[in-house]
Write a protein that binds this ligand. Structure first.
Ligand code: PGA
Length: 254
């Protein structure tokens, strides 16, 4: 089975005091869990909290990730952060191609692909987001649309050990609506078969689901065989709800 991953996307939330308190509580939960977590777990706070949280998380089962990176290693890119800088700050992960960046920052598939390549070269594990909006869904065949987006966003020869794919229907993000289990399974099967098989790499790509994952729907979503974890937004801002999702994934995947 590919590695499963539960990642929290804090988005633009968290000042120093509450961000540190949340990370501290998650570490406490991880340490007091009956069994050492088998899934990989990560939190992706705003860039301002990466350095302060890196110290707290060191030696814990909780990894650290950025929410974006630039495709260049360094240079005259005011306001941007390179993959190498994330790595240098203590990150192991980076979220790329989130729909909020694709829409608000006009990120194209080609840009996401270049960023993913840079991130993998810097030694980060990429959480690459894809997903359809409601208009495209209603037009029919969202699988085709998302598969095209995925093929154009994944770098050539990307090793599944270094990249997970997060399927996040845009209409499900922050809305309280989730795709149904059958819809998710059908989409993930279509996405898996749209990528070239990579026998040399050993493992297939791991697929996460994201979009209104909560403590009370995580168990049902975890039982979808194609789902290899979650990318969690709103529910990752509170230790109890994020940890309930981590535990739901633990129960059904291990
Ligand atoms: P949500 O966000 O869980 O709040 O819907 C998910 C995401 O945007 O990654």
């Amino acid at each position: 089975m590919p590695h499963t991953l539960v990642a929290g996307n804090w988005k633009m939330n968290g000042l120093r005091t509450d961000g540190i308190a949340l990370a501290r509580e998650l570490v406490r939960k991880a340490q007091s869990a009956k069994r050492y977590p088998q899934n990989r777990i990560a939190i992706c706070p705003p860039a301002t909290l990466l350095a302060p949280l890196a110290g707290f998380l060191m030696g814990s089962p909780i990894g650290l990730g950025g929410q974006d990176c630039h495709m260049a290693e360094k240079g005259a890119y005011t306001g941007d952060i390179s993959a190498k800088m994330l790595k240098d700050t203590g990150c192991q992960y980076v979220i790329l191609g989130h729909s909020e960046r694709r829409s608000a920052h006009h990120e194209t598939d080609a840009m996401v692909r270049a960023k993913a390549k840079a991130a993998i070269e810097a030694g980060l594990h990429v959480i690459l987001c894809v997903g359809e909006d409601l208009v495209s869904r209603e037009k029919g065949n969202p699988e085709q649309q998302v598969a095209d987006q995925l093929r154009q966003s994944v770098p050539d020869n990307a090793d599944p050990a270094h990249l997970s794919i997060a399927y996040e229907p845009i209409w499900a993000i922050g809305t309280g609506r989730t795709a149904g289990p059958h819809e998710i399974a059908r989409m993930l099967q279509a996405l898996a078969s749209s990528l070239p098989s990579r026998p040399a790499a050993g493992l297939p790509f791991s697929f996460l689901y994201g979009g209104s994952v909560k403590a009370d729907n995580a168990a049902e979503l975890s039982r979808i065989p194609e789902v290899g974890g979650f990318l969690v937004g709103g529910a990752s801002l509170e230790a109890d709800s994020f940890w309930a999702i981590v535990e739901a994934a633990e129960v059904s995947k291990f």
